[in-house]
Design a protein around this ligand. Structure first.
Ligand SMILES: C[C@@](CO)(OP(=O)(O)O)[C@H](O)COP(=O)(O)OP(=O)(O)OC[C@H]1O[C@@H](n2ccc(N)nc2=O)[C@H](O)[C@@H]1O
Ligand SMILES: Nc1ncnc2c1ncn2[C@@H]1O[C@H](COP(=O)(O)OP(=O)(O)O)[C@@H](O)[C@H]1O
Length: 314
């Protein structure tokens, strides 16, 4: 039988339905309590086996492709090298073609999605046969959000975000995603919230942050209106301080009756929960017409985590 030469893996963007940011830990990360939710904006990663010793290469196209590094700092490249080392390969030999559908530096875990896609793709390409636990363990070494990009669905994240508990959520939600001009640096936004807290400009962090019971109840019931009312992001004041123009998108969301609207993770993307697809269209039109968003997408959630969508033998 011919070996698998090319595989395609697809991984979703995430939003944080709730993001509680506790104190800074000794390792410099913040203790989190978050609810991750995977939405139908995807990056597709094609992985082709190459000659022994050729190493990893990557090309990138799609949205904001020119802002994605193609050197060893690319998270897909890092993931391939980590997996190769883990299974004892001397060299990670793979050529990646990445198609971005997730905004770059937008607070939607695009780089993490690519790392998760690379783990799934290389596991298949190199016949590593790692189980989910092993892949999650490698994922956590690549970034706090990478384990969730593998898992998908809706899940509670604790620790620095890497410890996951799937949530039994009912229903499908319709999101409107307002892309912003430029990006915000994740460490920059965490640093900003620390400074604001020190200056008394943001509420003090709670040690051992916890997820809101009412939000969990809304998810269990599949109650979009209740979920919208409980969306909450403790990084939002920091993202708004760094990008005050995002207030306008949030204001338009409120005016057009979004069930809820927040900055996604560290921003600058803002996300709005719509009543249904027709309401989502109204929100998208209003956000686009106002010029408050550089671009607008509609996406449903939850969706699965990183997975193979195609494998070609030859
Ligand atoms: C804010 C969140 C919310 O889900 O996502 P984004 O909005 O960036 O997508 C995450 O916490 C981002 O996770 P991720 O982007 O994987 O971060 P990492 O690579 O692990 O860490 C980058 C930097 O962010 C800060 N960081 C990250 C996670 C955490 N719990 N505390 C932190 O302080 C640290 O400064 C760290 O050096
Ligand atoms: N495969 C990748 N895709 C996107 N960004 C990447 C990738 N690898 C590394 N990066 C870097 O990670 C930074 C954060 O990007 P991203 O993960 O998209 O945003 P966020 O952390 O806001 O969710 C980018 O500025 C980029 O330089």
């Amino acid at each position: 039988m011919a070996a698998t030469r090319t595989v395609i893996a697809r991984a979703p963007a995430k939003i944080n339905l709730e993001l509680r940011v506790g104190p800074v830990r000794d390792d410099g990360f913040h203790e989190l309590a978050t609810v991750f939710h995977a939405v139908a904006l995807f990056d597709d990663l094609t992985a082709r086996a190459t000659e022994p010793g050729s190493g990893v290469s990557i090309t990138v196209d799609g949205i904001q492709a020119d802002e994605v590094p193609t050197d060893d700092s690319n998270l897909a490249v890092k993931a391939a090298k980590l997996l190769a080392a883990h299974i004892g390969l001397e060299s990670a030999d793979v050529a990646f073609e990445l198609r971005k559908g997730i905004p770059v530096a937008g607070g939607m875990a695009g780089g993490s999605a690519d790392a998760a896609a690379a783990l799934v793709a290389c596991d298949a390409l190199w016949h590593a046969g790692l189980d989910r636990e092993q892949l999650l363990h490698l994922a956590a070494q690549l970034g706090s959000d990478v384990p969730f990009s593998l898992l998908g669905g809706t899940a509670i994240g604790s620790g620095r975000g890497e410890l996951l508990t799937p949530v039994l959520a009912r229903g499908e939600y319709t999101w409107v995603i307002a892309l912003a001009e430029g990006g915000l640096s994740t460490p920059g936004v965490y640093g900003q919230i620390d400074r604001m807290r020190e200056a008394g400009e943001a509420p003090q962090p709670t040690p051992g942050p916890e997820i809101d019971d009412a939000l969990m109840a809304a998810l269990r019931a599949g109650d979009a209106a209740a979920l919208g009312a409980r969306l909450h992001n403790e990084l939002e004041p920091a993202a708004l301080a760094m990008a005050p123009q995002l207030e306008r998108a949030l204001e338009i969301g409120r005016k057009v009756g979004a069930l809820g609207g927040i900055v996604s993770g560290s921003g600058p993307t803002t996300v709005f929960l719509a009543r249904d697809s027709s309401h989502a269209l109204d929100l998208a039109v209003a956000l686009t017409a106002s010029g408050a968003a550089a671009d607008v997408r509609r996406a449903h959630g939850p969706v699965p985590g990183a997975r193979l969508v195609e494998s070609v033998r030859g």
